[in-house]
Design a protein around this ligand. Sequence first.
Ligand code: C2E
Ligand code: CA
Ligand code: CA
Ligand code: CA
Length: 278
Amino acid sequence: AKELGRDGIVQFSSDMAASARRKLSRTDELRQALLRQELVLHFQPQVDVKKGRIVGAEALVRWNHPKEGLVLPGDFISLAEETGLIVPIGDWVLRTACLSAKAWQDQAIGPIRISVNVSARQFQETGLTETVATALKESGLHPMWLELELTESLIMKDLVGSVAKMHELEKLGVKLAVDDFGTGYSSLGALRRFPLSRLKIDRSFVENIPHDTDDMAITSAIISLAHKLGLEVIAEGVETEEQARFLIESGCDEIQGYLFGRPEPDTIFLAAITNCGR
Ligand code: C2E
Ligand code: CA
Ligand code: CA
Ligand code: CA
């Protein structure tokens, strides 16, 4: 039994070493990916319900891996976050997103908003405000067309710190949105302390429409309360006509999801807007 136990430990630690090695080489690969320009942004339309057209896009990063093909953020963002690589990656995302939005606007499709995800580490580290300011300046994009998406759990972690940071960003003239709203158990009242423009209702609520009457009640309550607090509301993960109809009837301002378009590369997104008759 003793032998077995020792073997067990040896086995365990060599597994750990192997996994640590894998992680190191994956980190290295990701660092190279950034330099070799293997990262790409895809853009998913955000549709204004009243205007009936695309008014914005969320920028979503992908890794165009030479051997593995298109790798989704779920497979590398947490490693990037853990190793700090998210900071240079986040810089790149911000710069690229602003440049794309400016280029679209210059191609006379009219004003369009770009939403960029900000991770915990990016938000907590100093320098984000400067990075955002630089991305705006270098692209020439007017700040009012840039929105930063911060998750509910992130901003609730350190209320005082988050409020201060968000005021810094707001002073630049950019918009701030709470991503994945409804998953962090914070009250809408708590959100009053933040300089926010809108809430993004998490897909987990949307996916249960029209089967879960509780989720539907919560969703429509969130929308009307948010409006009373002067916040706009967008719902994510809208896949069916039924979901869209319910959200529109509940007063949701904008909708994003496969029903209206999947995340697509720059040129395909641009073609989609042009076809929409903007
Ligand atoms: P998220 O911010 O909640 O982004 C929405 C995710 O839902 C995206 O997955 C999008 O492709 C997917 N989605 C959109 N519409 C639908 C739909 O109708 N149905 C379903 N089932 N899914 C839908 P994606 O692109 O794989 O991104 C996953 C997460 O990775 C994002 O979640 C975000 O947290 C993170 N992420 C993506 N890009 C970036 C980035 O540039 N920086 C940072 N820090 N995080 C990013
Ligand atoms: Ca998001
Ligand atoms: Ca989200
Ligand atoms: Ca989500």
